[in-house]
Design a protein around this ligand. Structure first.
Ligand code: ZN
Length: 443
């Protein structure tokens, strides 16, 4: 192992051993982690990174909702950022998000002797609440920075606490989200010269092909629906079969899901980029508390009510909304066919990034070549804060140039206590990041 990577590996492993103590659900890493959005655990993890950065001479700035910006000193408003998140899904791993923060911090610290000479400041950004598992809303911190959240997310709950209460509990101000007011002022937004994110791949391609770095070309967007189906409770023995007699919510939902799967297969055959998942059927704890009608289903009843979620993703910005429109029509037709009422709510809509900035991608590829580290150019199936930044606009209307790197994770597993990225892989990523940050900041 080259010396540079060996010494970087020791530093990143040291920071990970500190993060491993925060939100850990048992005595070892394998027990899993819960660092929910705007929880004490998320804040403590952010403070660990803040302490290391400040000790090295970086300056902190907490924005109105509690995103943390750690910057090298200097007067210029121009920054080259590297960001990710430290929250986890409940019972998740210690690497999703955290590798980007730890590698990003180390990449900036590697350049410490050069800080004064760089034209732009280097800035590590720790976004709040990237994961959607806790409040059913994704990339909440990064969207708040640019005023992009749907304000209704503040009322969503996790373990009985609303997102609004959670934000207040950490000493921050939910009114930015309520009023769609960006937490970053225009000077800061206009000053972002480029933005990078390093993340675990959350799939197996790099590991299978034994390639240590992925340079991301596109990021899938997503539209998420909740479909509620209203039938009519009736005796399962006494009610004859057939839609003249039965309004069976469960039966209608089954046909809807099969028809949606067929439509998705058809789109794939035609060559479109799409994945689609029915993740939850009648099993969202917080939702069920507010809608106890779901418990009126019983073994001997025609089903009066049910709901499911649909998560559709594609990297094609034209195709994604068109497909979802078709999916909604299919759902409505099946509702009519099975004599039930339906209500469809859009929980989230985030546009795909069809093509990440080509010049930043070129810089990342050059950094890999320079360091003689093999890489693959690949799309990102999962959504990341970087996609939010890529969708934001400066006052000129120009997008912020965004680039993304992947490193391998063991067996491609993520959102699971078994999630793991090796110190060596994280170190390699940090070294590539550092090289790229230097190129972008000296320009
Ligand atoms: Zn992540």
């Amino acid at each position: 192992m080259p010396r540079l990577i060996e010494s970087t590996k020791q530093r990143v492993e040291d920071i990970f051993s500190q993060l491993e103590k925060i939100g850990n659900l048992g005595p070892s890493r394998e027990a899993g982690f819960t660092r929910a959005a705007w929880s004490n655990e998320e804040t403590r993890a952010m403070e660990v990174i803040q302490r290391i950065a400040e000790k090295a001479g970086m300056k902190s700035y907490w924005d109105g909702v509690g995103n943390l910006f750690l910057s090298t000193p200097g007067e210029t408003s121009e920054t080259v950022q590297v960001g990710s998140h430290l929250d986890t899904v409940p019972h998740g791993g210690n690497y999703d998000g955290a590798v980007g923060i730890v590698a990003g911090l180390d990449a900036i610290l590697q350049l410490r002797p050069m800080w004064e000479k760089l034209k732009r400041r280097l800035e590590l950004v720790i976004w709040r609440g990237e994961e959607s598992a806790c409040y059913g809303a994704v990339c909440k911190g990064s969207q708040a920075a640019f005023g992009l959240n749907d304000p209704s997310i503040l009322d969503r709950t996790y373990l009985g606490q609303s997102l609004e209460e959670a934000i207040r509990s950490q000493g921050f101000d939910p009114s930015y989200i309520r009023d769609r007011k960006p937490t970053l002022d225009q000077v800061r937004i206009d000053g972002i010269a480029s933005h990078l994110e390093l993340h675990i791949e959350q799939a197996k391609r790099l590991e299978t092909d034994s390639v240590p770095i992925g340079v991301v070309s596109s990021i899938r967007g997503t539209i998420r629906l909740r479909v509620q189906v209203f039938g009519e409770a009736n005796h399962s023995g006494g009610t004859p079969m057939g839609i003249r007699y039965r309004k069976d919510a469960n039966l209608a939902m089954a046909y809807m899901q099969v028809a949606l799967h067929e439509e998705c297969s058809y789109a794939l055959e035609k060559g479109f980029d799409i994945v689609q998942t029915v993740g939850v059927i009648n099993a969202d704890e917080d939702y069920n508390k507010k809608n106890p009608i779901v418990w009126e289903n019983a073994l001997t009843k025609v089903s009066p009510f049910g709901y499911f979620t649909l998560d559709v993703r594609s990297n094609d910005p034209q195709f994604l909304p068109t497909y979802v429109q078709t999916a909604e029509e299919i759902i409505r037709k099946k509702a009519e066919r099975y004599n039930v009422e339906v209500r469809i709510d859009r929980l989230l809509s985030l546009e795909p990034v069809e093509r990440l900035d080509p010049s930043v991608r070129g810089v990342l590829e050059n950094a890999c070549r320079d360091l003689k580290i093999p890489y693959l150019v690949m799309p990102s199936g999962a959504l990341h804060d970087a996609a939010v930044v890529a969708g934001a606009r400066k006052s000129t209307g120009a997008p912020i140039p965004v680039g993304m790197l992947f490193i391998p994770c063991k067996d491609g597993i993520s959102h699971n206590p078994a999630e793991f990225a090796s110190g060596q892989d994280i170190a390699r990523g940090a070294v590539v990041l550092s090289n790229a940050l230097y190129r972008l900041a000296r320009q």
